[in-house]
Design a protein around this ligand. Structure first.
Ligand code: AMP
Length: 284
């Protein structure tokens, strides 16, 4: 298991990509903010299977954090991340600093109208503009054949798919299933913030969503009723603050009244100071 090359500047990244292009090698790309866990590892392993070369980026992107959010305290664990990337078979880690990624007077941003304003976009204005912009920049530097995104961030995935289509970005976006802890909690770098009692309460998201999925499989189609039941589960099992619980069309992210076709049940709940998100796909 060779250690992945660590590329710290956009120039180093560009040289690596150019080499891949010249040698006609396919390149799989996994963009992350670090503090890597088994969810990230699954993405890297999938990229490893499907491509000649694999690049993981680790960049805590300042433009996707709002004022008062956790940019400063976001966990930064480079040494452990490097090990996980090596184990999962990455060839290179792109690990730039903020200055290398953003010129002081950067004034160009990518916005995905509508999709960026609902669900998480309501309480995190500007978040998805930051995500879409940094992913576009990363795509331009890395020039991947395929890029791997987790369904854990379902809205982000939908936004990246839409942006890639709308701007004709020459990359295949590959959605990957959510990796969960044995008890059902969706893996997240932010789970590190939870105290043991909060960790128990955090299960309310997975429990509520599992209830919803089961009810839909059993024939329930009334979205309002299910949202009410999910809220009850969250309230019974935690003293968390519900940011939103929604059932939306999986493509448009518009609220639905009746579950038909591909839908998504999604929620964000603040347990203490930690905002957690989770979702399940529903087939109506
Ligand atoms: P992050 O470092 O949290 O920005 O996530 C980087 C990528 O890993 C995104 O595409 C996420 O959707 C994905 N990811 C994070 N957690 C999980 C998980 N539990 N299962 C699958 N993918 C995940």
């Amino acid at each position: 298991m060779a250690d992945p090359a660590v590329l710290k500047t956009p120039d180093e990244m560009r040289s690596f990509s150019l080499m891949a292009l010249r040698e006609d090698k396919s390149l799989g790309f996994v963009p992350t903010m670090g503090a890597l866990h088994a969810g990230h590892k699954a993405l890297i392993e999938r990229a490893r299977k499907e491509n000649d070369l694999v690049v993981v980026s680790i960049f805590v992107n300042p433009t996707q954090f709002g004022p008062g959010e956790d940019f400063e305290k976001y966990p930064r664990t480079f040494e452990a991340d490097e090990k996980l990337c090596a184990q999962a078979g990455a060839d290179a880690i792109f690990f730039p600093d903020k200055k290398a990624m953003y010129s002081e007077n950067a004034r160009t941003f990518v916005e995905v109208g509508g999709l960026q304003d609902v669900l998480c976009g309501m309480s995190r204005p500007g978040h998805f503009r930051g995500v879409a912009t940094v992913v576009t920049k990363l795509f331009n530097l890395v020039r991947p054949t395929r890029a791997y995104f987790g369904r854990k961030d379902a809205q982000q995935l939908r936004i990246i798919q839409t942006m890639t289509r709308d701007l004709d970005l020459p990359v295949e976006v590959v959605p990957c299933e959510i990796v969960r802890e044995p008890d059902g909690l969706a893996m997240s770098s932010r789970n590190k913030y939870l105290s043991p009692p909060q960790r128990k309460q955090a299960l309310c998201l997975a429990h509520a969503l599992a209830h919803c999925k089961k009810a839909v499989a059993g024939g329930e189609r009334d979205a309002m009723k299910l949202i009410g039941e999910m809220a009850e589960i969250v309230e019974d099992e935690s003293d968390g603050e519900i940011d939103y619980i929604a059932i939306v069309n999986a493509e448009t992210l518009d609220d639905v009244a009746v579950i038909a076709g591909e839908c998504l049940a999604a929620m964000a709940v603040k347990i203490g100071q930690t905002r957690l998100i989770d979702n399940v796909r529903l087939n109506g």
